[in-house]
Design a protein around this ligand. Structure first.
Ligand code: GLU
Length: 466
């Protein structure tokens, strides 16, 4: 069987966005599933809009998601000679021609066609004029006037377009730069791409490209056009729906394998299965499972998937990510972050959420929850807080002390219900009525900080009750 070669061909005019990453993932999986090759080509012939920062952002995004590509990256801007060579071939064989129609003229015919209710298209004025190259000539492809183009799209099924519908598209600009539809064909052919997997915003280009393949005598690859991604509101996914830049998810506290898992389900399914390891994705992915309908981005599902991955993740790794998040917030913490991870690993949906949940452990409290104050700092709370402080002060080895027992002893000594001690202590330690067990909080923040917080609460309660 012929080796399968796919590619991802982004234009470096922005970051790696969710749609691009999903296309890259499908191309990647199709190649890996078939033990083929997945290649990266940067389509940077639009010099005005392409930037090195975008190239770097694409590499960074692919690297974060673990979408390893094979071989060297190919840059279209470094392949201009090859396009020129193939352009000359088309011109020599009469498949392309120079055109010097002015912008004004093109504008005018477009206007007239629109007025007549026709589809705007080039009228073919220069097609048979045999013009030679000059400073203001562009090159147009001589699209066949009869017949049609048919291809079997792996997602959309059979598509047929009459050549009449396609006009003579521009394949090189006056400055010699090839246009997308031309360079993409030359590169896909030169790279031996067997399967072009891309967004369906390109589906109208495919028949034009197939005509160019024919004219150059290249074999035609197979095509799979992946439906677009919509926001939760049904409009095309855009910035206003939240993070569209893949790296924003790193900043927002998502794990790359969770984002990858989310992306694969965005337009592809395998029964009802929601969670896939990368190996499973490779084993199970096929183009037949790609949905025809657009998929909707759903942030709560992404969060749920991320939570599943956080639950399974290595504690040390999560602690490192948590440390990074705290650093970015300018929070300096002395507590054992692995212990904090242990507290919230089940519940937190993102690392950032974990940081928020644990903030009372990292930073001084900024006050007490008002409702909780009414309930927990009642008369009698002073005695409870004071008794716990006294007990804490006599402990010599905090880390091995049984702090749960310490509180239980205070309860027994004061001869009160557990809540009479537990509630004020929790509020004193965390500022909230709910949260992890007191002895766990005390262990994490340490002896000194525990005594300090309890003492502050005691002062607060005394003032409160005056
Ligand atoms: N550079 C094009 C884009 O980013 C690639 C389209 C294709 O894959 O053919 O949309």
């Amino acid at each position: 069987m012929k080796k399968i070669i796919t590619r991802f061909a982004p234009s470096p005019t922005g970051y790696l966005h969710v749609g691009g990453a999903r296309t890259a993932l499908f191309s990647y999986l199709y190649a890996r599933h078939n033990r083929g090759s997945f290649e990266l080509r940067i389509e940077d012939t639009d010099i005005e809009r392409s930037t090195q920062a975008s190239v770097d952002a694409i590499f960074e995004g692919m690297d974060w998601l673990g979408l390893e590509y094979d071989g060297e990256v190919r840059f279209q801007s470094q392949n201009l000679e090859r396009y020129q060579q193939q352009l000359d071939r088309l011109l020599d064989k009469g498949h392309a021609y120079y055109c010097n129609c002015s912008k004004d003229r093109l504008e005018k015919i477009r206007e007239q066609q629109k007025n007549r209710g026709e589809k705007p298209r080039y009228d073919g004025k220069c097609r048979e004029l045999s013009l030679t190259k000059s400073d203001d000539t562009i090159v147009r492809f001589k699209t066949p006037t009869t017949g049609s183009v048919t291809f079997d799209d792996h997602v959309r099924g059979q598509i047929t377009v009459a050549n009449e519908e396609l006009d003579d598209l521009v394949i090189a600009r006056a400055d010699g730069m090839p246009t997308y539809n031309f360079s993409v064909v030359v590169d896909d052919a030169d790279m031996g791409i067997t399967h072009v997997i891309r967004g369906d915003d390109h589906i109208n280009n495919t028949p034009r490209q197939i005509n160019i393949y024919h004219a150059l005598g290249y074999p035609i690859p197979e095509f799979a056009h992946v439906p677009m991604i919509l926001g939760d509101d049904g409009a095309r996914l855009s910035k206003r729906h939240g993070a569209v830049n893949v790296m924003q998810y790193a900043v927002d506290g998502y794990l790359p394998e969770a984002v990858l898992n989310y992306l694969v389900r965005l337009g592809w399914s395998h029964g009802d299965q929601e969670l896939f390891t990368k190996d499973e994705m490779v084993t199970l992915f096929d183009l037949a499972g790609v949905n025809k309908a657009p998929s909707s981005f759903n942030t709560s599902k992404l969060k749920w998937i991320n939570q599943q991955y956080i639950q399974q993740a290595d504690v040390g790794r999560l602690a490192e990510l948590l440390a990074k998040r705290l650093k970015s917030l300018g929070v300096e913490s002395r507590v054992d972050l692995a212990a904090v991870v242990g507290l919230f690993q089940e519940r937190a949906q993102t690392i950032n959420e974990m940081a928020d949940m644990g903030m009372f452990l990292f930073k001084e409290l900024d006050g007490y929850d008002e409702k909780a104050v009414q309930k927990a700092f009642k008369p009698g709370a002073e005695d409870a807080l004071q008794a716990v402080i006294d007990q804490c002060q006599v402990i010599s080895d905090w880390q091995s002390a049984d702090l749960h027992q310490l509180i239980a002893d205070v309860v027994t000594n004061l001869d009160v219900g557990f809540g009479k001690v537990g509630m004020p202590v929790r509020l004193a330690l965390s500022g909230q009525a709910q949260g992890p067990a007191n002895d766990v909080i005390m262990k994490i923040i340490g002896q000194e900080e525990t005594i300090q917080r309890l003492s502050e609460a005691l002062t607060f309660v005394k003032n409160h009750h005056q």
